[in-house]
Design a protein around this ligand. Sequence first.
Ligand code: IMP
Length: 429
Amino acid sequence: MVCVVISGGQWGDEGKAKITDLLSDKADFIVRYQGGANAGHTVSTKEGLFKFHLIPSGILFDNKTCIIGPGTVIEPGFLINEIENLKKQGINLQGLKISGLAHITMPWHIDIDKAADTVGSTGKGIGPTYTDKAKRHGIQLHDLLSEKTLREKLQRVLPKQNQALQKIHNLNAYSEDEIVEKYLKYGEFFKPYLGDVINDLYKARKDEKNILFEGAQGTLLDITFGSYPYVTSSTPVSGGACVGSGVGPTIIDKSIGVFKCFSTRVGDGPFPSELAYDSQEAIKLRQDGTQWAEFGTTTGRMRRVGWFDAVLAKYAVRVNSFTGIALTKLDTLDSFDEINICIAYLNKETGEMIQELPYASSSLLSQCEPVFQSFPGWNELIHGSKSWDSLPSKAQKYVELISRTLETPVNIVSTGPDREHSIFLDDIF
Ligand code: IMP
């Protein structure tokens, strides 16, 4: 039995879904531990392109249990769409189990997110849903199974929500009856998928099953360790796998950090190694002509891009205790004469050189100027490469340098969007 956590080492969109998909083959259970409809992954297989927001992409394989864990938040209409779309593409969803502890994104959460966003959110109601969870005003999936419970919960929270909607945001209120009618139907829909996640994972461990925990977003969007306040409202770091799934840290064997070989960010907030939005290099990194192009899967927003930031990556390795790295999109660098890596920051206010970041809050990151080291590019097509030996030596050196700088082995290199476009340097399971 091996338990592995996959988490993003940067600002999300590192290609976690492809790595999860690769590893799902050998996993028996795949558990998504946080986030909600803000995430978006595309997985490319011979059967086509599949879009995921909440459902672990392991569902593409037969005989896997795919869990939407207790630490996630669910917008029911959005998840139903995701389920229906996968069904239309011929995917069997029998292995899908959803935790009743997951919190529900209610319509007022989306209204408030859109009306009061200050960080460039995805507008999916994530922040307000987690806020209400912490305020003990949340509604959980299991509350949608009983009219009595749902009404009791709504009577506790709806008057306050309506007051905020009308008086602060000048928006329309919701009636208890309309919500009860709609959300009990959602409850009915989700009943067959509800799972006893905690006991299932306990038994999986006793039965020596392989478990893969899948994070969404990335370390720098973590509510505690990210570029606060420009973060999401959950815990994408690897430790989140425990609090978001219902297992303890003693069962985790490996923690794999997914890093793109350059950096991207959507939404607002500091980004020290960012390239000018319209620079030739940024355009080349952003639009590499494949379905890997840098547009948000959830919002369609163009991503901000920059060079690989080793200072932040080192910080991410430490915050997550990564045991290995999956490096994605190496082929995006194929046509660069020169490649840069941010190896240190100069703090503009104190004159201090920083190689080891004590924290990544936006107040500190916005004082940091990147110090780059340049390397000659390999200027050769490696797109789709499947073996280490087939990589040009300059590409190998780039990967080795990242591994050395982060003091962590690179376990997987991805050279394209398809499953086959992968180089395994170590066995994970
Ligand atoms: P929220 O998660 O929608 O509240 O957005 C908070 C911040 O996280 C914004 O900057 C978003 O752009 C960013 N964000 C949320 N989800 C993702 C994701 O899946 N990939 C990249 N950025 C994300």
